[in-house]
Write a protein that binds this ligand. Sequence first.
Ligand SMILES: Nc1nc2c(ncn2[C@@H]2O[C@H](COP(=O)(O)OP(=O)(O)OP(=O)(O)O)[C@@H](O)[C@H]2O)c(=O)[nH]1
Ligand SMILES: Nc1nc2c(ncn2[C@@H]2O[C@H](COP(=O)(O)OP(=O)(O)OP(=O)(O)O)[C@@H](O)[C@H]2O)c(=O)[nH]1
Ligand SMILES: [Mg+2]
Ligand SMILES: [Mg+2]
Lengths: 292, 278
Amino acid sequence: SLGEKLQGIFKNLKRKGKLKEQDVDSVLREVRLALLEADVNLKVVKDFTKQVKEKAVGQEIWNSLTPAQLIIKIVKDQLTELMGSANSKLTFAPQPPTILMLIGLQGSGKTTTVAKLSNYLKKQGRNPLMVAADVYRPAAIHQLQVLGEQLKIPVFSMGDKQDPVNVCSGAVKKAVGLGCDVIIIDSAGRLHIDEDLMEELKNIKLKVRPHEILLVVDSMIGQESVNVAKTFEDQVGIDGVILTKMDGDARGGAALSVKAVTGKPIKFVGIGEKTDALEPFYPERIASRILG
Amino acid sequence: FSMRKKIDEELWEELEEVLICSDMGVHTSNMIIEDLKKKARELKIKEPEQLVEHLKERIKECFSNRELGLFTAENKPTIYLMVGVNGSGKTTTIGKLARRLKNSGNKVIIAAGDTFRAAAIEQLDVWAQRVGVEIIKNKQGSDPASVCFDAIQASKARGADYLIIDTAGRLQTKYNLMNELKKIGKIISREVSDAPHETLLVLDATTGQNSLSQAKLFNDTVSLTGIVLTKLDGTAKGGMIVAIENELGVPVKLVGVGETMEDLQDFDPQAFTDALFS
Ligand SMILES: Nc1nc2c(ncn2[C@@H]2O[C@H](COP(=O)(O)OP(=O)(O)OP(=O)(O)O)[C@@H](O)[C@H]2O)c(=O)[nH]1
Ligand SMILES: Nc1nc2c(ncn2[C@@H]2O[C@H](COP(=O)(O)OP(=O)(O)OP(=O)(O)O)[C@@H](O)[C@H]2O)c(=O)[nH]1
Ligand SMILES: [Mg+2]
Ligand SMILES: [Mg+2]
């Protein structure tokens, strides 16, 4: 673990006597290695280790009796601070219905998360309507309908021949009629570099004005997390992030990368395939996981 | 790199960072750069462009000595088993592969071995209709091993040249799900000796370092014969396959480059290596 590696380094360094700047650099190399192995984006790692160095120098680690522990504490505190405070609050409209939209790359877990989020909101006493706006993927609408039946939550669909923009605006009308106070839109997976599909998201946003757009990110994503998140944020605008498949052993460095580059909070974490497998985001837990 | 005038520490760092950013991982990137430094000393390389060419050669070396192409059994049916974590692209890849095999004149059957996820059977069924191949399926929630058994009997009875089996996505750390997969593999090899003739790990190119853990644990469970690297039409480079090939010897055989049935290509080491630097 990073802790053990740092202990080893400091043991050797202390034998040499007083610590110098290049000693701090060898320590920071270990921090950098741990973060890269955890899939934190390289540029984010560089900025992060720079901040850690400033804090370490400022706190004069060489005068500390337990420099390894001090560095770990600085790293962990810095990580936790960067990930933001635990904030799983969703924006609710003063006048219902509140409109939430989930977007993201192919296979990231959107459809399943729409069901989980709807289930979560229903348990909170709300009346959700799920919207099948993925008209491309084979049986995507059916997938959401099966989940809706399992949860006894209504699903709005106009079939797969309609433009998703029309599906979403149709859903808003239907929600009012059904007395649903929150709409959760499932969108088709898309590449951040697909101009037509990114345009489609902008058109949906213009038409129905979602109160909350959530980017669904697979926690095992590698270095491209920054490019992906930044592109979705710049082109469409996101209000928060949901990190999925955290029940696996991916270290989840994407959490730090995505937060660093978009500034937007991670609101929820997917921890399984079942519709109750959704948790609020706890920054310190993710920080420990990233550090290994 | 053609902007650089000389080979210095900065250039070495820059080259290593290109590899790290491609998801090759620090350990493998480091190893390749160290090999390149040795070579640069031996050959007294002075030009940055020459260095990049040698780097590409070194990377391509990782892909030599490999079984290219999918294995075809002497006696039909040839059986392919598709495995991998959730959302990696297994079901879609089966549609593409069935189309490719059918186009070369083969009778193909596909088996809906994902009996768990909502609408998984329906999704594969749509592909079967689109491609024009037969699908063997059971009810949602039935035992996947029994679907495989039925599919093998049907393939033998109907003289299918190829049987491609879909499985449910599963995270490699889920012990009971990996055991289920082991059982599926055993049923297949019990019914047809030497089968499955290919066990392909479907791996999303956007995956980071977790891909090595995926490859290791799936390989321990069902002995992988190859990898399909999907979503290479995105911006991810898929560099972690270098580490997988190096450490586990599991070769990438196919790549997915889109969502239609035509978007399947043979793995091309030259194209892959060039793309790392584009
Ligand atoms: N283990 C685990 N699996 C998950 C989680 N979230 C989603 N999945 C699984 O991941 C796979 C993909 O989920 P989907 O909901 O279909 O993903 P999607 O983003 O809607 O996919 P596209 O619509 O094709 O872009 C399915 O097998 C889900 O069961 C999670 O938190 N943990
Ligand atoms: N852009 C792109 N998308 C792909 C590719 N392969 C698959 N997809 C998409 O990825 C998503 C997931 O594909 P699936 O075939 O459902 O993946 P899966 O592994 O069967 O998923 P589970 O059964 O839920 O584990 C779908 O939206 C596919 O269209 C590819 O090569 N490129
Ligand atoms: Mg979906
Ligand atoms: Mg599937």
